[in-house]
Design a protein around this ligand. Structure first.
Ligand SMILES: *Cc1c(COP(=O)(O)O)cnc(C)c1O
Length: 455
């Protein structure tokens, strides 16, 4: 096995832009890899029966040499697809220069990336760098607690963070405490104190009623991702801002999945607001803090949170840290990813091609209403909502054991397409922002074929 991997030299794969002809692993490799996982990897994931080898753009090959079109984008991570030549070159160059220095020192890539992200957030505020979405959200929780200690209520320090039903905020203890889904908490109690996550999303009055004397912050996703692609409404966003101002609490947004231009705007709430109110009005709205990860590094593990200027120095020296956050390597890559997204007008592309995909899925719902209920989402954060498995002719037989989302994703795999299930009835499309239009069409053709077969 070792030889097979080494056979694909690092240099070679970095330097050739489209290295799709790399040999598949030797025969039987698929079973060998799977048995390694069975024996040595903690089985926290229910994995699909696919063993991946390499990719290029929005195409991925498994170890048997079979090609898949990837509309899952590593769950909204691979914002420029796989093995982007310029990103690979930046990785190689920065790796030869400086991979890591401690956050005890300064270095240019972190400063430059912070400057870019602050610019995208409207030009003010500051950024802290972490390594993942969950870790970025932990930073938000600590920010909220610091804020609550500096701005106590009548009953003393405030610390409570309120989030919403069907939210997802990561797998740390703080993250699962804030996540409004029972399945992530099962068997891990007691939950961390100071969280409440039972408030329905897009329900302003319920949120108003939930805020108490200990509340320090509200946390929402601009578009709920794991919860099934539900966008915040414009009334909700504006109402939460008013509520937070009135009660002097922080409005925090988890943009780990929906951010970084996925919807056509840097932040998904900007997309929602500018669609409804125009760009100028949208520019007046700002949360107090935003967490980021997934697309930020284009596949390189990277997280961050942005803090509005009035709270930007709450977390002072010694109050928070992380060994690997904001390394020269990660920041150089994230800067390159940002540069390419903007240079190649990918936000507009994601918006337009996303709109086309949305319309195609909506048309499928019209044509096959007993399979597809509707289209959800914005830009390249899309969901195809299925009807329940027991009501879909082609899926009913296995309805008891596997929900419609998983069964449909299985069928799409068989047809050569990667997508991401969400809950029991949603199939998500979270493609690379540079997905060519021809591949969007190819993906839709596969989806159409599979839906037709289920009908
Ligand atoms: C993926 C995700 C997270 C967790 O990010 P990790 O990098 O897996 O820790 C948090 N919030 C949202 C909205 C996510 O989609």
């Amino acid at each position: 096995m070792r030889g097979a991997w080494n056979g694909r030299g690092v240099k070679e794969s970095m330097l050739s832009a489209v290295d799709v002809a790399a040999p598949a692993l030797a025969g039987g490799a698929r079973d060998v890899v799977k048995s390694l996982f069975d024996r040595y990897v903690v089985p926290t994931y229910g994995r699909f029966d696919l063993v991946m080898s390499h990719g290029s753009g929005s195409e991925v090959w498994d170890v048997n040499g079979r090609r898949y079109l990837d509309l899952g984008g590593g769950i909204a991570v691979c914002s420029l697809g796989h093995a982007h030549p310029e990103v690979a070159a930046t990785l190689a160059q920065q790796a030869q220069r400086l991979v890591h220095v401690s956050n005890l020192y300064y270095h240019e890539p972190q400063g430059r990336l912070a400057e870019s992200l602050v610019g995208l957030m409207g030009g003010a505020g500051k950024v802290f760098f972490a390594n993942s979405g969950a870790e970025s959200n932990e930073g938000l929780f600590k920010l909220a607690r610091r804020f609550g200690h500096h701005h106590p209520g009548e009953e003393g320090p405030r610390y409570e963070v309120i989030s919403t039903l069907n939210s997802f905020h990561g797998r740390t203890l703080g993250g699962i405490a804030a996540t409004g889904q029972e399945k992530v908490k099962a068997g891990f109690g007691p939950m961390l104190d100071g969280f409440r996550c039972d408030v329905p999303f897009n329900d302003l009055e319920a949120m108003r009623a939930a805020v108490g004397p200990r509340t320090a912050a509200l946390l929402i996703e601009g578009i709920q991702g794991e919860g099934g692609i539900t966008a915040a409404s414009v009334e909700y966003l504006l109402g939460l801002r008013r509520l937070c101002d009135e009660k002097n609490i922080l409005l925090m947004v988890d943009a780990v999945q929906c951010g970084h231009f996925r919807t056509g705007c840097f932040q998904s709430y900007q997309r929602v607001l500018s669609d409804a109110l125009g760009e100028e009005e949208a520019g007046r709205f700002a949360p107090d803090a935003v967490s980021m990860a997934k697309s930020l590094g284009g596949g390189f593990p990277m997280g961050a949170f942005w803090v509005a200027p009035q709270w930007a120095d709450l977390l002072g020296p010694g109050s928070h840290g992380t060994t690997y956050g904001g390394t020269p390597l990660g920041c150089a890559v994230a800067l390159k990813v940002l540069e390419i997204i903007q240079r190649d007008h990918l936000p507009d592309h994601a918006r337009e091609t996303g709109q086309w995909l949305h319309a195609q899925i909506a048309a499928l719902a019209d044509a096959y209403p007993h399979v597809v209920q509707g289209a959800r989402g914005l830009g390249f954060m899309l969901g195809m909502e299925l009807v329940a498995a027991e009501k879909i002719p082609g899926l009913a037989a296995a309805a008891g054991t596997r929900p419609a989302s998983l069964q449909c994703v299985d069928r799409l795999h068989e047809a050569g397409l990667l997508t991401i299930p969400s809950g029991t009835q949603i199939v998500r499309l979270l493609p690379a922002l540079n997905l060519p239009r021809a591949q969007a069409e190819e993906g839709m053709e596969i989806i159409r074929k599979v839906v037709r077969a289920l009908a």
